[in-house]
Design a protein around this ligand. Sequence first.
Ligand code: ADP
Ligand code: ZN
Ligand code: ZN
Length: 701
Amino acid sequence: MRVRVPFGRRRLIGVVMEVADSSELAPERLRPVLEVLDPAPLLDPGALELIRWAADYYHHPIGQVLASALPKALRLGAGSIATEEYWTVTEAGAAALAAGELRRAPRQRALLELLLSLGGAATAPALEAHAPGWREGARALAARGLAARSARALAAASEPERARPAGPALLPEQRAAVEQVARAAGTFAAFLLEGITGSGKTEVYLELTAQTLALGRGVLVLVPEIGLTPQLVGRFRERFAAPLAVVHSALTDQERLGAWRAAWSGSARIVLGTRSAVFAPLRDLGLIVVDEEHDASFKQHEGALRYSARDLALVRAQRAHVPVLLGSATPSLETLHNVAAGRYARLRLSRRPGESQPPLLKLIDLRVSALEAGISTPAALAMERHLAADGQVLVFLNRRGYAPTLLCTACGWIAPCRECDARLTVHLAAQRLRCHHCGADAPLPARCPQCGFTVKAVGQGTERIESALATRFPGVPIVRLDRDVVRKRGDLEQVVRRMRSGEARILVGTQMVTKGHDFPNVTLVLVLNADQGLFSPDFRAPERLAQTIVQVAGRAGRGARAGEVLIQTEFPQHPLLVSLLAQGYDGFAQAALAERREAQWPPFSRLAAVRASAVTREAALGFLSEARAAAHAPPRGVRLLGPVPAAMAKRAGRYHAQLLLEGRERRPLHQFLDDWLPGVEALKSAQRVRWALDVDPLELF
Ligand code: ADP
Ligand code: ZN
Ligand code: ZN
């Protein structure tokens, strides 16, 4: 429970973790708690244990773990978790409206009318549902005494009786998956649900959710990014009468608090959210689902507490004695390793409902086919063929903007970012040069600032591909999907709608197109550049590449027609591509796991990284060298590697470096961290840098 306590001369919010009978301090040195903010514990015992576990495993102070887990409003002392925000029309408000005042403030008047139509009072979520963006008007009304804000106890859980559409009859594989997981109800068990996009995983989640709710228990569903999976939220809303709490990073503090309160009180029986939702309080948790479990966005890789929500979901399920279901078309190698070790049970969905063939993958050898504006002749011919046959085409390129480089052909000048070791990307339509690492933004020069000669955009980005295709296929409507196009709510939906309605025939996009969307009439997928992931120093790059290819390929042929997938590469003999094409993701994963075992990379070893950044290179590396020196004799099986500058050492004006720790086993590595970290914290040089420990880092830079 939260308490307000005196702290020096200040008053702070604290969280009571335990109550002790006695204290080491003399009673007269203890000060009384000023106020208890919550009437009951904020976290259920399972969630509290999860917090303790995370503090221990990520070697992070428990107070800061709690701070990362709780919504900001609770941290700052917002009213009790057991109440909800409630707005009422005051007498003065009703009188003002009746007297026809407020003519000059139509939004305030509309809000008062809405409140009256809702019976003179409404909760914040109700107002949000009827009048998005209502809060400003409400504040203005409150300031004039025309409406008032208060808190009231949350309504008890109620399940309105509404007719809901039933799901489709499950296919045998889906039914088998549901039965296996359902049989584990009330105990911990981990499952991998493996099936390509469209194979019916979501239907399995929905059916299991229905069964769990029927047992009177709640369901936690974790997804990578809400913005990219609106269809999933929609399907849960449509299927269940039980209110849903949706938790993601774009919520305002008040919305997040509202979602927490709904989950805490049990008025929402389903919590659907991105990684921080793994800490959400749920009444009688009965099932955890992690959709797209391989997705890197489950890893919090910035800030102080760097955690994997996927891994925490497993711990939470274990502590709460409930089953956890990990779903993916392209499971992470860690998860496949756990399956092989017998820790997770594997459930497979091998085909798409109502469809015969999976898409056919082919390589286009760029050493023998000419490229024109990034597109090879065989690829262009295939596009023509599919467009003529009334199909839609998806063109994937993992680089937004017009071109990644601006070059002077006379003196060789390349537009650099001043704050990063990176080039500026050309954004032609906007006439800007932008850094994709720090956000730097400058006008696009017409001439070389060094010698005055004309400059040239080199390489391909989605913006350039879009315009090249417009020239090549005149009259064929094209849409683009990347972070430059999707800037506000509704933008993504608009692109998706234009593709689904058939109004657009070609979709050009980045990673964003790989997530969650169903384009049933796409018959051809073109991967323009597969080679970025093949020769990276990061041992996880091939895994990410294979996942991306399979996920993009999954967008093809989801309707009745079989799809075709063409991958442009300069390395058609590369063993990774060969195994992926010949044996699919499974074959690739086996080969990649064998390589990892050979090289002793995770999951065959454990990693942790100490990351530091500072305004000078010397400060960042100096701190890490001292940290390394503080590890006098690391135990057997624990190695320290580095320190080394990051691959992109300078980012946003700071120099980044890391010290890597590798352990053959988890226990000695963590024991070593426990012994070593206090000394690192005590270093004087630690004060001069920003640093953080990253346990199980996903990206090695
Ligand atoms: P995934 O989550 O694996 O991408 P979905 O559950 O979204 O797959 O299923 C893909 C499509 O097939 C959806 O439109 C869904 O409604 C439909 N579908 C799934 N299972 C069945 C089934 N048993 N019978 C008929 N249609 C189904
Ligand atoms: Zn020049
Ligand atoms: Zn930059």
